[in-house]
Ligand binder design. Sequence first.
Ligand code: AMP
Length: 429
Amino acid sequence: MKILIIGSGGREHALAWKLRQSPHAERIFCAPGNAGTADVGENVAIPASDLQALARFAKENRIDLSVVGPDDPLAAGIVDLFAAEKLRAFGPTKSAARIEASKIFAKELMRAQKIPTAQAGTFFLSNEALRYCERLKFPVVIKADGLALGKGVIIAPDTGTAKSTIDEMMNQGRFGKAGRRIVIEEFLQGTECSLHALVDGKNYLLLESARDHKRALDGDRGPNTGGMGAFSPADNWNSKLQSQFERKIMRPLLSGLLKEGIKFRGLLYPGLILTSEGPRVLEFNCRFGDPETQALLPRLKSDLLPLLEGTIDGTIDKCAIEWDARAAVTVVLASAGYPGKYETGKTISGLDDAAQLEDVRIFHAGTKDDAGEIKTAGGRVLAVTALGSTIEAARTRAYEAVSRIHFENCHYRRDIALSAVAANIDKLP
Ligand code: AMP
């Protein structure tokens, strides 16, 4: 099979790396890819936002399967476009991708299906949003309706911040069109966890649990980022929570989507917060997580390709999935300044040395090959994953690999998976 992977991050490198191992994969293309994907397959200089050019490439090169990494092309309808051209693509249609692209759509669906989530109001007019705030207990969470690169969620500790946030989002265009409509919801207490599910419209197959670290700095301080690290399995997850999750969230969600006439086919991952009253949904994502994928795929023993095919064909209930019992820890190396302004073009050294460590995988994100030299080319530069018999062992190995990699002004968190170390010792083999 000829496979096209769309996107250029660590997630796409991990997908390409895993699909490369499939006996059915003949050629792998990545558009636009990065210096890491160029090692696994062939990079194609088409940005993930140029849907027409991607469809043209897929058609001309007789691509058998396209796998869409990021949310933006999904929200823009890439899967619908590919279907119209009789091209096979993994990911939800534009209508199904609204579950991530519109927080209001997701909230209304959850309300209709009584799926546990934070109590919320949805607003189209700023004066109504401001009035609503007057009767709330603080802090509150204010969310832009649309996609805002993970930055559209503001936790407002007091009325003043809430008012200025509402004004900035709804009247000043802080997040452009994405912030014209907003959700205001109660602040929930608890630890977070993500569950990935391959959903074929009617049925789903759960992947292993994972946790990510969204804030830029140690101790969960600093601004929110795309993700500074992840680990799997999640230390706060167990079979009791999983059965609650399946009964109260996944099943009602799929029937709610079907009631709306939506067949969701692709990867669906709800971001959960585990409160004293059980799991609550914070958000839905309609594609593989980044960096969760970099922690999950090294643990996946099964061939990923038939799982993606089963999702598209509506036969995921017939697919089996096998996992490595070991834990995985992923540490993201970023350019200083990320998620704000950062410099690029720094030479990266030590990659080969780090890759020599056993059970270590180095996934590239913002990197490029500059005449044989690998240089930084983005905010998140690399995701370094290590497997280990415990979270602690995986963590030690991941940081050993990180210590061998160098580029000017490299920034990474030192506390990835740290909170899970003691908790996991008796749970893992
Ligand atoms: P979201 O994009 O909706 O997942 O929000 C990004 C982050 O904001 C989440 O990972 C949480 O850390 C935080 N967050 C979102 N909604 C809430 C909430 N209702 N209560 C507490 N924290 C929240």
